[in-house]
Design a protein around this ligand. Structure first.
Ligand SMILES: [Zn+2]
Ligand SMILES: [Zn+2]
Length: 139
């Protein structure tokens, strides 16, 4: 599989002990397969989290899905000002640019108190990923 952004070959790595991702050694972005997200432990979900106020589709990009080559759609996860690309045609997964996950975790850590900051941020990030997964699958 190749990077949708810079066409380097993606390498598999284990992401924060949660699941495997395909990561780009050149631009440091990563591809998350939906079936990998299925491995996230079940987390309680508020249906409200999935409503369109948080996730907003923008437009088709020129970047190809690493699985099927269809053009990815860009969408925005507003709460964290996070822009992601997803394979809307075939539900293959989504792409995170370099550092976007860290930025989100940092924002989450700031919201949580100092104690258990890191744990809270990671739990919250899992929740976000799981929520996007659910939202995108429903489309
Ligand atoms: Zn790349
Ligand atoms: Zn695809």
């Amino acid at each position: 599989m190749n990077c949708p952004k810079c066409a380097f070959e993606l390498t598999r790595k284990y992401y924060k002990g949660m699941f495997e991702v395909e990561s780009c050694p050149n631009c440091r972005g990563m591809w998350l397969d939906f079936h990998e997200l299925d491995k996230l432990e079940d987390l309680a979900f508020d249906e409200d989290d999935r409503k369109g106020s948080l996730v907003h589709f923008q437009s088709r990009t020129e970047y190809p899905c690493p699985h099927c080559g269809m053009k990815l759609d860009e969408f925005q996860y507003r709460l964290y000002d996070l822009k992601l690309d997803t394979c809307a045609e075939n539900d293959h997964g989504f792409w995170l640019d370099a550092g976007e996950d860290e930025r989100v975790m940092e924002l989450m850590g700031r919201r949580a108190g100092d104690t258990l900051r890191k744990i809270n941020a990671e739990a919250e990030w899992k929740r976000v990923l799981k929520g996007m997964h659910g939202f995108l699958k429903k489309k």
